[in-house]
Design a protein around this ligand. Structure first.
Ligand SMILES: O=C(O)CCC(=O)C(=O)O
Length: 203
């Protein structure tokens, strides 16, 4: 029997990409698929221009500071800002449905303008990720940046360099038992966009 291929999906997503899984402690894991998304540079340019990026402020001790990156969040009923992201989410939902048991629904977009933009150590533990195993799939566009992972509470970290259409998926207990971060860097680096797909109720 001949498989029926969906041209629109194959245009945007390299389904042949090889996923390499790294098993972490306490039933956490991370999948890496370099160069997963075709057309990453063009998508980066479209997102920079068309996404309604905004800055946020947060309390740090007794003063309010800028969050060092720009953000835009798409809830499950919000149209995504580019059809390539619909295709990517559908392909990821297909690929991981067996393990995840549900589709990816929301998309959080972060824009790291230069090496001073960053996100501190954290797990995605708002909502269901606090108690239950889940997955967060990150599609990375633009200049590669280091994503670090370390056991919650400290320990040696693992380093993944992600950009240029790479896919990184954190699964199992990872959000509860490990933390991740994008550290600042003094190296001259170009801008990067991270697209994080999450299931319902995970943030
Ligand atoms: O930039 C990334 O890929 C990670 C983003 C992240 O961890 C978050 O926004 O919670």
């Amino acid at each position: 029997m001949t498989a029926v291929l969906q041209p629109s999906l194959l245009d945007a997503v390299d389904l042949a990409g090889t996923v390499e899984r790294t098993a972490l402690s306490v039933d956490a894991w991370v999948d890496l698929c370099p160069g997963w998304l075709d057309g990453a540079d063009a998508l980066f340019d479209r997102l920079v221009t068309h996404v309604p990026w905004h800055g946020e402020r947060r309390q740090m001790y007794d003063r309010e500071v800028d969050v060092p990156r720009l953000l835009s969040f798409y809830g499950e009923d919000d149209p995504l800002p580019d059809p390539a992201l619909d295709h990517a989410r559908a392909a990821l939902s297909d690929r991981y449905r067996g393990e995840l048991g549900e589709p990816f629904r929301t998309a959080g977009l972060c824009y790291y303008r230069n090496g001073s933009d960053s996100v501190a150590w954290h797990g995605d533990r708002i909502g269901r990720g606090r108690q239950a195993d889940t997955m967060v799939a990150i599609v990375s566009l633009g200049a590669p940046r280091a994503l670090l992972l370390r056991p919650r509470g400290g320990g040696p970290s693992l380093r993944f360099s992600i950009g240029d259409g790479d896919l990184l998926v954190m699964g199992g207990s990872c959000q509860r038992t490990w933390d991740h971060a994008i550290p600042k860097t003094a190296r001259p680096v170009g801008p990067r966009i991270s697209v994080q797909f999450r299931p319902r109720g995970v943030r």
